[in-house]
Write a protein that binds this ligand. Sequence first.
Ligand SMILES: Nc1ncnc2c1ncn2[C@@H]1O[C@H](COP(=O)(O)OP(=O)(O)OP(=O)(O)O)[C@@H](O)[C@H]1O
Length: 253
Amino acid sequence: MNSEQPLLAVSDLSHLYAPGKGFEQVSFDLFPGEVLGIVGESGSGKSTLLRALSARLTPQQGQIHYQGRDLYAMSESDRRRLLRTEWGVVHQHPLDGLRPQVSAGGNIGERLMAVGQRHYGEIRQQASRWLEEVEIPVSRLDDLPVTFSGGMQQRLQIARNLVTQPKLVFMDEPTGGLDVSVQARLLDLLRTLVQEMNLAVIIVTHDLGVARLLAHRLLVMKEGRVVESGLTDRVLDDPHHAYTQLLVSSVLG
Ligand SMILES: Nc1ncnc2c1ncn2[C@@H]1O[C@H](COP(=O)(O)OP(=O)(O)OP(=O)(O)O)[C@@H](O)[C@H]1O
């Protein structure tokens, strides 16, 4: 997997709102098909880091290269195009990532139109196929997302993001607001899709169970700094840093 060029190369990235608030000196490489989990307690800077990685917040320092191209040397419109096509962003609250006034089919179709598809019948067909893929009845194609349950809305947001076959998807607590049984089904679905599509994913979660299930590698954050990183099983089964040990034991305890 690691013989190729990294999809995303991050070096010495920092953005601080105030000392300890934000993140500093973050570096890592992400390869195609790799799932990186960012874990840590509330306020450790996970979401701020994810926003900077996904071109939604210009960092104060450091560099990000996507497929060898300097992300913040690109024009604003090129970065936006990436977000609509080769990248996806799955928000914790599905309505933050959906258009509430547009039907389920329209929410999926909009991304296809962003990659140049114009044929109405084909777009509708692909939207139907994606509803099936995420286990939403195709009969709901013309319904508005606000008429869906929270779990269905989240599955629709995932379909909207994946329909363009992105290379890289950013997820911020994608199962966070859902009850436990809905969470488990969604996690299963995500794991299957990520494997089938060979997606690279950066997922922020405070839930180590979610990290264990989805992520190949972890970054552990505390007060804006990465205190430990490594393969998921190694980090969770044999944590080296005292903070990671505390995090793991608080879940077990
Ligand atoms: N726009 C902002 N202006 C000022 N401070 C901010 C801003 N956004 C976040 N912060 C602060 O930066 C720190 C990191 O916040 P962030 O949301 O990245 O943490 P997090 O690890 O994602 O937390 P949670 O798990 O609770 O979402 C917090 O102290 C937060 O209050």
